[in-house]
Design a binder for this molecule. Sequence first.
Ligand SMILES: O=C(O)CCC(=O)C(=O)O
Length: 313
Amino acid sequence: MGAVRQGAAGASRGTLCSSRVQAAGAAPAARRPEGECREMDPRQPTPLDDFLFDLRGYLILEGAVEPALIADLNRAVDAIPPLEQGQWWGNAQRRDYHAATGLELHNCVEAGAPFERLIDHPGYIEYLRHYCGEEHSYVSGLFIDECIASVRRSGGHHPVHSGGYRGALRGAYNYKNGVFRCGQCNIIVALTDVGPGDGPTMVIPGSHKSNFPHPNQGDYARGDRMDVLEGAIEVHLRAGDALLFADGLMHGGSSRTNSRGERRVTIYRYGPLWGATRFGYQYSQDLLDRLPPERRKLLQPLPPLRPSHPTAG
Ligand SMILES: O=C(O)CCC(=O)C(=O)O
């Protein structure tokens, strides 16, 4: 099974080192890290994207992340030491969702500069703002409530979960009065090619709106595999492609049957700026302090507000 690849939305886009466009005298905090090159124009969702996202609950953004960053991300993944489930590495923690998923390093924005660069990547950030950033409201903006580096080896998989039926508001798909109001959208960036046998993510197109439970979805905790679940398709990606989907879409990971190698992806979950991290992870002050303001806002949209001169008693 293979997902139909959608045409590249914004074909040839140049790159530009931000340092070249920095206004003279700009505050250092507003600068991107030295040598970091960014695409000139953030990719914007098109009317066709809106149609397909509404219809299917997901989009494939081909070539969303440039090869140089993919190479940096792979080097950053190589640098992750062997970790036990629950073990911390700095302010990131191995927390596999399920015994079968393989390594899932949560709070991965704390695991190296390449992960920071995904926070507001122009290959997809405007899509998130559009679909789950409460556009045209008094609280428009985004917050990243989970970010994960995932490494899966032979035999690994992720059982199906989510779906419109009795779905949590947090991940719900919504469109009303001319605006999207999704509770959460996920961006999965492929760091390796993910084709047949590599353990591609699976989705059930349209299930973000389903009114019924899937009768054969099985038991998540028991680790039932979704490989042959009726209605599910594999999403094949090349390294650098991104899968964007409403969290309310039924999704999971097919079994990796290739005996060698690894499937490497990052999973960043975005929601409205008033959200909270799912498991209680806190972004470190060191990280918040060094990020450019527009990135910092995606991790801490509203700095804590306290009286500067607390009154006694
Ligand atoms: O690992 C995968 O391919 C699926 C990821 C997933 O199920 C999730 O992000 O909730």
